[in-house]
Design a protein around this ligand. Structure first.
Ligand code: 8X3
Length: 251
């Protein structure tokens, strides 16, 4: 199996790459950070091919895909993993550049890579697109504003792809993880503030990137007549929150 993973240099992407290579599969790892990718290659060896560059640069990614070594040319699985959250401010205080950056990576880059790889899958009548969504695409939380909305887009895009692809033997799945430690997710969200980032996972037992990798691996290895549409996963220590009602203080 050849698996193409965006955002493969760290976190979920890296764990997914390792999981597949461990079982003898080939991985195309796409990410911007050259050193990290090269380190991954030195760990995983010949089973990994690198495309180093910005996921939004379609020409560069297409060029990389067109020059893959022979063993990597028939892509069976696309894991749209690249994504980020920026900020946790209330909507009226949020930074518009943060909103735009989340839309650019979580939505625009994801649809562009899908659009690039889908025709060859349809032509071969074989393929699987696995998107990394989030529980934030279903459950609103304060400060989740645009981040959650981008993940809701991914959820609906996945379901609409199913509507176009169910008769072409192409599977589409959306994995929707909740609180997950062991990655740079919160460090990125809080712009490098390590203390804030650590607090998110303090005194609790979150999911870890390896748990997400396990889910991706399982979904990709089910018999081909089974399509997991959505897989919502949370740590046992997390649950959808109660509805809040704001009360006006008594005068
Ligand atoms: C990550 C899950 O709850 O931090 O997408 O938004 S959450």
């Amino acid at each position: 199996m050849v698996v193409c993973i965006s955002g493969a240099s760290s976190g979920f992407g890296r764990a997914i790459a390792k999981r597949f290579v461990k079982e003898g599969h080939y991985v195309i790892a796409i990410a911007r950070r050259k050193e990290r990718l090269e380190q991954l290659k030195s760990e995983l060896g010949e089973a990994i091919a690198l495309i180093i560059g910005d996921i939004n640069d379609t020409a560069l990614i297409a060029e990389g895909l067109n020059h893959l070594p022979k063993n990597f040319r028939t892509i069976d699985v696309l894991v749209n993993n690249a994504g980020l959250a920026l900020g946790l401010e209330s909507a009226e205080k949020a930074n518009i550049e943060d909103w735009e950056a989340m839309v650019a990576t979580n939505i625009t880059a994801l649809i562009k890579l899908t659009h690039l790889l889908l025709p060859q899958m349809v032509e071969r009548k074989r393929g699987h697109i696995i998107n990394i969504g989030s529980i934030a695409g279903t459950y609103p939380y304060p400060g989740g504003n645009v981040y959650g909305a981008t993940k809701a887009f991914i959820k609906q895009f996945s379901l609409n792809l199913r509507a176009d692809l169910y008769d072409k033997n192409i599977r589409v799945s959306n994995i929707e993880p909740g609180l997950c430690g062991g990655s740079e997710f919160s460090l990125v969200r809080f712009k490098g503030d390590e203390i804030k980032a650590q607090k998110v996972y303090e005194n609790t037992h979150p999911l870890y990137p390896e748990d997400i990798a396990e889910a991706v691996y399982w979904i990709a290895h089910l018999p081909s007549h089974i399509n997991i549409n959505r897989l919502e996963m949370m740590p046992t220590t997390q649950a959808p929150a109660a509805l809040n009602v704001a009360k006006t203080p008594k005068a």
